[in-house]
Structures are given as C-alpha cells and as structure tokens.
Write a protein that binds this ligand. Structure first.
Ligand code: 2HA
Ligand code: ZN
Length: 281
C-alpha cells in the first residue's frame, strides 16, 4: 500500500496550487483550495488511519460529519506547496459534532486549515445539495476579474453577460452565469454565508476587490472554470486598453446558436438584455 503522500490527490493539489501561483492568481499566502475525498479513497493509502490532532472550527459543520477534505493551510504560500506538501496541506475529517476536524495527515509543523475553511465548508454543503459529484472549492485572486469589480457595476447579470460576450466559450463553460456578492471582510462566517447562498445558483462567486470562489467536480475542472472566467476578463481589460469602444460583439442571436449547438441550459434571466446590464448599446 502506498503512503498518502504518493496519492494522486496530493500530487494534483500540489500541481494545481503551483499552476494558480504561476498564473499570478495567488501571491504570497493568497488563495486556498479544498478537495473532498471519500473514505474508500483515503483508506486506499497508508498513513491516514489515526487522528494526529484535533483542530476546532468556528462553524457548525455537522452536515458534513465524517467527510474527508484535503485542504491548503492557513498562511501557506502556493509557491511552496509543490515542495512541501506534507507541511502546507492537510487531510482532515469533520467530527460528528461538526465543531472540530480530525487531522489525519499533513500540517506536520503544527499548521491548520485555511482561514477561509468555514466559507469552504458552507459552500461544499450548498454545492453537494445541487450535485453530489461536486468535490472542490477553490479561492484565488484572478487579476483582471478583480480589476473589473472596480469599473463594472456589481451585478451578477451585468458581470455574466459582459463575460459571456467576450468569448463564445464563456456561455458554454458557465451557462448559469456567475454570482457577485457585495464587498465583505474575508475570513469571516458572514462572507461564507453570503458566498454559500450564491452557490445555490452559481459555481463561481465573485468577491469584489478581492477574488473568486469557484466549485467543481475535480481540481482540473474547477481550475478550467476560473481560467475561462479570467480569460474573458482579460479580453474585457484589453478592450479598455484599446480605447474601450466596442464596434461589434457576440450578439444575443449568437448566444442562441451556442445554446443550440452545445445543448446548454443557460440562465434565462441573464439571456434577456436590459438597458442597465448592456455592454454594447
Ligand atoms: O488564504 O486569500 O482570502 C488567503 C486568502 C484569504
Ligand atoms: Zn483571498
């Protein structure tokens, strides 16, 4: 039996956090990721069968009792995670009472889960209700999307339609659109609650002037979702640098063609243009 450090989960987490760093979306200790694993997946590797430490959490996670999460550590740099996985990430199991986690592997210098862990767990609860295959919550700071939160009105519809119009891939990859919450203090249960509420309808929730929370079935898929959102935000930013005058764009008729071609179930409310949310007048 291989040790947990040799599992594909640790390797994929190390690779993903490294990609997030190299993309410039997770400077210093910015960003955090959690990946749900099943009991069977954990038990297929050695070194995960005893509780190393009990770590209290400031949120009632009893709905997730017994579930396992591989999660990045508070204060850890994504730049380093690939070299020090056993120090900078940990495998935790939610206790039956939901008020602490059992550390099963990792955080070997005394570390603890990310400061955004309550927001992750609240989002996991909501995404599991929508789709039991959802396993990943990813928080990062994609530059162009964050920049847009200073210049574009903070409306989910406005952001969604603007990004959809930047590239045909956008409506294909996030047909439900993206959610935007007001600016709030990070690391609090309040921002976690607001984020999770939006996760009912969206896999991507924008934190204005800060970053994004994204959900998905796998690390690769969640990363790809953020990549697609950020690519559209980069195109938007580049348009502004070219003078900002839009002469032509992807139209609502083009959306209809994409919906038909890719058999999409888009957010109907966001499909209807209204004056307040239009990019191209
Ligand atoms: O983990 O990005 O929002 C560091 C952060 C907090
Ligand atoms: Zn952050």
């Amino acid at each position: 039996m291989k040790d947990f450090i040799e599992s594909p989960y640790v390797r994929d987490m190390a690779k993903t956090t490294n990609n997030l760093y190299r993309h410039g979306w997770d400077e210093r200790n910015g960003g955090n990721v959690s990946l749900r694993l099943t009991k069977e997946e954990v038990e297929a590797f050695s070194g995960t069968d005893k509780v190393l430490r009990e770590i209290p959490i400031k949120f009632d996670a009893s709905e997730l009792a017994g579930k396992y999460y591989l999660v990045t550590g508070t204060g850890r740099y994504f730049k380093n995670m690939i070299d020090y996985p056993e120090r900078d990430m940990g495998l935790v199991r939610i206790s039956d009472a939901g008020n602490r986690v059992d550390l099963m592997w990792g955080f070997n210098d005394g570390g603890e889960p990310t400061s955004e862990f309550p927001a992750h767990l609240m989002s996991h609860i909501e995404r599991l209700k929508q789709n039991p295959n959802q396993r990943v919550i990813m928080h990062c700071h994609p530059t162009n999307l964050v920049a847009m939160t200073f210049t574009v009105p903070l409306s989910s519809k406005r952001f969604s339609r603007t990004l959809w119009k930047m590239h045909p891939e956008s409506i294909v990859v996030f047909p439900e659109g993206i959610g935007v919450i007001p600016y709030m203090c990070p690391g609090t249960n309040e921002i976690g609650e607001k984020t999770a509420a939006k996760m009912r309808d969206f896999r991507v929730v924008v934190w204005p002037h800060h970053g994004v929370f994204a959900a998905g079935d796998s690390l690769d898929e969640t990363y790809g979702l953020v990549e697609t959102v950020e690519k559209s935000a980069l195109i938007y930013t580049t348009i502004q640098q070219q003078g900002g005058v839009i002469l032509q764009s992807i139209t609502d008729k083009d959306f209809r063609d994409l919906i038909k071609r890719f058999d999409l179930k888009p957010n109907e409310e966001f499909l209807t243009p209204d004056a307040a949310t239009e990019l191209v007048k």
